[in-house]
Design a binder for this molecule. Structure first.
Ligand code: DX5
Ligand code: ZN
Length: 213
């Protein structure tokens, strides 16, 4: 069976008890922690920044999957890398003319690199960079908020990317993922699922995570 990487989004966690919330998903079998960084410009919301990533790094050995929903990602990559991110995913739409430079910058800190595309962005725009990437993140909602409804059309981008991907490319989906929509995505070729409200809104995190696999 294909190995699916589950990356719970702490955007839906209880921020007053973040340490416990992260330990709980690890005990429940998640491998990654998805950290949503929002700047109030690229998306109409503000969330987590560098100091929180640093604090999380100090308390867990889990793989930190940092999703930058910010303008000018190149300005902040060094800070997030030094704070302890393991993977840095930036948005194609935030730096369409400097994609190669941004990829190189993330790699220069020895980190894994991902590109994300919003619902209205065609997957073909990232084809030229695919061999340089560790991950492609397909947004299945408009980025900015947890708890939105899954956009089915976006999932149809998955096979288009899988068709031209190198064998180690991780295809991740984010937004509206639950036990049903997650299965749609994995059957189309995704191998990493981000889920915020579905996991953190559940009474039993392990049951929720198991139901995604
Ligand atoms: C949305 C974020 C997501 C969000 C997902 O902009 O990128 O990671 O936390 O939340 P759910 O799983 O509730 O749709
Ligand atoms: Zn995200």
């Amino acid at each position: 069976m294909q190995k699916i990487i589950i990356s719970p989004s702490i955007l839906s966690a209880d921020f007053m008890n973040l340490e416990t919330e992260i330990k709980s998903i690890q005990e429940a079998g998640a491998q990654w922690v998805h950290i949503d960084v929002m700047d109030g410009h690229f998306v109409p919301n503000i969330s987590i920044g560098v100091p929180v990533v640093k604090s999380i790094r100090g308390k867990t050995d889990m793989f930190l999957d940092v999703h930058l929903m910010i303008e000018n990602p190149q300005k902040y990559i060094k800070s997030f890398a030094q704070a302890g991110a393991d993977l840095i995913t930036f948005h194609y739409e935030a730096c369409a003319t400097d994609v190669v430079e941004v990829i190189k910058l993330v790699k220069s800190f020895g980190k894994k690199v991902g590109i994300s595309i919003k619902p209205n962005t065609e997957p073909e725009v990232i084809f030229p960079y695919i061999n340089e990437l560790d991950l492609v993140l397909i947004m299945t909602v408009e980025p900015g908020f947890g708890g939105q409804e899954f956009m089915h059309d976006c999932a149809l981008k998955i096979p288009k990317i899988r068709e031209i991907a190198h064998e180690n490319l991780i295809i991740q989906v984010d937004g509206g993922i639950n036990n049903l929509t997650g299965k749609i995505c994995t059957s189309l070729g995704a191998n990493s699922l981000v889920a915020g409200s579905y996991i953190y809104g559940a009474n039993d995190y392990k049951k929720a995570i198991d139901s995604l696999r």
